[in-house]
Design a protein around this ligand. Structure first.
Ligand code: FCB
Length: 458
């Protein structure tokens, strides 16, 4: 272990990330249409305590103050998402000018504060009208997405120069359509692949549209990645590890980088009944569209996953990894494993040769509240971030083209099916008063940004 200063490259993009449904609230404000999350969160049993994003952090009304916080932290960039149903309440067709104006003003204020906007078009809050017509498993949803990307990039493309099409399409396809624990709550394995395909296809179709409307813009997609390792060297564990990685990562990364769907994953999906109609949703030219060159890939990394099967190759029994302390386990039940970040970055850089990588999300859930003086001593989060920053710097040293790092999240927010029970923010939000408190991790992050590096042991 050595204590040393870990410098980051000049112009490294230090940022923080949020998503529209998780922070905005204003669920029916100013002509906004319903999203799948507005509907899903109201279903009995869908979310922790039946909580919804109706109000969330009330960012829709408090965004000016939130930008002041970003400025105070010295953030170089802010990754946020646009609520599609604010812009096109019915998913396509008539534009809601008031909704558009919200993001227009937000972008202007960010630029004025010297903060680069990174805009995500789809962070899961699909217009309910499109879901009612079949949602992502339908090709028409991909067409609607292009219309939305066109409207938004025509209006903001002169100022927004970093565009992300989708956030974690794997989570939408698997957790939303196949497992039913996210919106829209479908439990149909047969919907996974068509949903995945149309998410990817809409990405491929939207990229040239965004480039046309926003000259000089950089466009990419965000994928979730875990460091997935087998519990043992047994053939079954190795096979299960590869299957997991195939469905959650390569099924998305491979086509984006021009390799089509991975054959081993397709084989496994076929055997498991996930492809009742084969690959009939792929039309001629689709795979070429999906493979459109991108300027960067965004990776969301949180944890290592250890895969163990039983002898029949069935689902892994829970692995008890020790020690079960908050230092090693976040409150999400996710393992704190910084070397996994170095490994994932190296793996993606080597396997796919992206032009640039951003860590578009990384962070930890710990509920530490403010003390009487208002201080939030979130030492576990601070240590989590510190060790992951160092892990990222290791990857840079090894030649990974990592251009920036977005902490998840700027502030505590609505954590999907887990409601408000999980706090990922570097800023604490008191949901009763909507008061914000800078946690120790935020103050420390400010210092890292200022120095463009950090002290720490490795
Ligand atoms: C990611 C999501 C993000 C947040 C974090 C904890 O999968 O993209 O919205 O919920 O997990």
């Amino acid at each position: 272990m050595t204590e040393k200063f870990h410098p980051f490259p000049k112009d490294f993009t230090w940022g923080a990330a949020t998503a529209s449904y998780q922070i905005e609230g204003g669920w029916d404000a100013d002509g906004k249409g319903l999203s799948t999350w507005d509907v899903f969160s109201r279903k009995p049993g869908a979310t922790f305590n039946g909580e919804t994003g109706d109000i969330a952090c009330d960012h829709y009304h408090r965004w000016r103050d939130d930008i002041k916080i970003m400025q105070q932290l010295g953030l170089k960039a802010y990754r946020f998402s646009v609520g599609w149903p604010r812009i096109l309440p019915a998913g396509r067709g008539k534009v809601n000018e008031v909704g558009l104006q919200f993001y227009d003003e937000l972008v202007d204020a960010l630029l004025e504060a010297g903060i680069e906007p990174f805009l995500t078009l789809d962070h899961w809050d699909l217009p309910q009208t499109l879901e009612a017509a079949g949602g992502w498993p339908q090709r028409s949803t991909a067409e609607a997405f292009v219309e939305y990307a066109d409207v938004l990039s025509r209006s903001l493309g002169d100022r927004v120069k970093y565009w992300i099409t989708h956030n974690e399409p794997a989570v939408v396809a698997l957790m939303g359509y196949s497992m039913g624990i996210h919106a829209p709550g479908a439990r149909d394995h047969g919907l996974f692949a068509p949903a995945a395909h149309h998410l990817l296809l809409s990405h491929g179709w939207a990229v040239p549209v965004i480039r046309r409307n926003s000259p000089g813009a950089e466009v990419g997609i965000v994928l979730n990645i875990n460091w997935v390792v087998p519990a043992s060297n047994s053939a079954a564990d190795l096979a299960a590890t590869r299957i997991g990685d195939g469905e959650w990562f390569r099924f998305f990364a491979d086509p984006v980088y021009g390799r089509g769907y991975p054959t081993d994953a397709v084989e496994h999906l076929t055997k498991s009944g996930f492809l009742p109609n084969g690959l009939d949703f792929i039309h001629p030219g689709d795979m070429e569209s999906i493979a459109v060159p991108t300027d960067f890939i965004g990776l969301n990394y949180y944890q290592r996953v250890i895969v163990r099967t039983d002898e029949q190759g069935n689902d892994p029994p829970l692995i008890e990894r020790q020690p079960q302390t908050p230092e090693f386990w976040t409150e999400m039940g996710w393992e704190n494993y910084p070397p996994g970040l170095t490994a994932c970055l190296g793996r993606v850089a080597f396997d796919y040769q992206p032009r640039k990588i951003y860590i578009t999300e990384n962070g930890a859930s710990y509920s530490t509240p403010p003390d009487e003086s208002g201080r939030v001593a979130d030492v576990h989060r601070l240590n989590y971030l510190r060790s992951h920053f160092i892990a990222a710097q290791k990857a840079i040293e090894a030649g990974v083209p990592l251009a920036g790092y977005f902490v998840w999240s700027l502030m505590d927010n609505f954590e999907w099916s887990r409601g408000y029970s999980q706090r990922f923010g570097i800023v604490y939000v008191d949901y009763q008063t909507q008061k914000r408190y800078l946690k120790d991790s935020a103050l420390w992050y400010k210092d890292v940004i200022e120095k463009n590096g950090l002290d720490g042991a490795w």
